[in-house]
Design a protein around this ligand. Structure first.
Ligand code: FAD
Length: 292
């Protein structure tokens, strides 16, 4: 099914899409844990499940394996992420064709981050940004559903927010069907972003990325990876005071619950849970907010 139909149906019901994200496991133990989480989460009937794509060759194979296994063994829409850095157009086309042959026709199109020692100028000019990947997928597989990444608090790679919005508009106009955002902890940032998109006449569904914090180390890792994310003092204070990570997890779940509750009241198009391959936080949020 095309992803746009999922959004249309959700809109008709007056409810947001609720989706989950997993990353491919790197060891047999991590794999066993992931499949246990998936078994618990699949009965929640997520609108779709996305699988991230790593930087190296072997982790990329793991993404393909996980995507195809979930696609064959569940009746949930599986959306692979695909990044273009360190890949040729031919390699990318082979992946898109393999997915299409298997019936996986929705893809999240991302640039990815190049290794730190590799300047962008080394990438071919016509294949450097996610918009080029969106165009390539559109040309190869016209009926594909294509998602792109959005950054409510700005992408860390650019300082000029006006230029950023211009580039972002080009990316969506290259043929994107929907946007999934970077995680955020203050919904105001997300609502301001929606205003900005509407001002630029970007009218495709925007799915809010939510990540319940589960440990102090995880919080620090997130701050490192997500760049510009604002951490509200109301969230940070209790986390700093928490005596262990199980308390941090409770605080993280409560905070995410409030965010989700408010997003639903504001009638957002979709909510995407960064599960970190764990089932507990997402299950608690679903249960306590009576989702699905
Ligand atoms: C929802 C989501 C999922 C993600 N999943 C993955 C994943 O699975 N694997 C992974 O490796 N990474 C993933 N990422 C991270 C992402 O790859 C990085 O954040 C990357 O730096 C940007 O990717 P993009 O697709 O937004 O790139 P782009 O849209 O190409 O933007 C990258 C930067 O280039 C700038 N830019 C765009 N066009 C131009 C232009 N014409 N001239 C100059 N500058 C321009 C943009 O302003 C931005 O600063 C994800 C991010 C999000 C939000």
């Amino acid at each position: 099914m095309h992803i746009s139909r999922i959004f249309q149906e959700a809109r008709k019901k007056g409810a947001p899409t609720l989706s989950l994200e997993f990353f491919p496991p790197k060891s047999p133990e991590a794999s066993a844990r992931l499949y246990a989480s998936i078994e618990e989460l699949v009965p929640l009937s997520p609108s779709f499940v996305s699988v991230t794509y790593g930087a190296g060759g072997s982790t990329r194979e793991l993404t393909h394996d996980l995507v195809l296994r979930l696609h064959r063994e569940t009746n949930i829409m599986i959306i692979p992420h695909l990044t273009m850095v360190n890949s040729t157009e031919e390699e990318i086309l082979n992946i898109v064709r393999t997915y299409a042959k298997e019936g996986v026709k929705n893809i999240m199109a991302l640039r990815g981050d190049p290794p730190k020692d590799q300047p962008f100028q080394e990438y071919p000019e016509n294949f450097r940004f996610a918009k080029d990947l969106v165009k390539l997928i559109r040309t190869e597989c016209g009926e594909a559903g294509v998602g792109v990444a959005g950054f409510p608090e700005g992408h860390p790679g650019i300082q000029n927010r006006l230029k950023e919005m211009e580039y972002f508009k080009e990316k969506t106009e290259a043929g994107a069907d929907y946007i999934v955002t970077q995680l955020f902890f203050d919904n105001v940032m997300f609502y301001r972003y929606l205003d900005m998109l509407s001002f630029y006449k970007i009218n495709i569904p925007v799915v809010a990325g939510i990540m319940p914090i589960s440990s102090k180390a995880g919080l620090e890792r997130m701050a490192e990876l997500s760049g510009n994310t604002f951490f509200p003092p109301g969230l940070l204070g209790p986390i700093w005071d928490a005596k262990d990570d199980s308390e941090v997890q409770k605080i993280g779940i409560e905070w995410a619950k409030k965010q989700v509750d408010d997003l639903i009241k504001q009638k957002v198009a979709g909510i995407h849970f960064y599960t970190l391959n764990q089932s507990k936080p997402t299950m608690e949020i679903y249960r306590d907010l009576n989702l699905r």
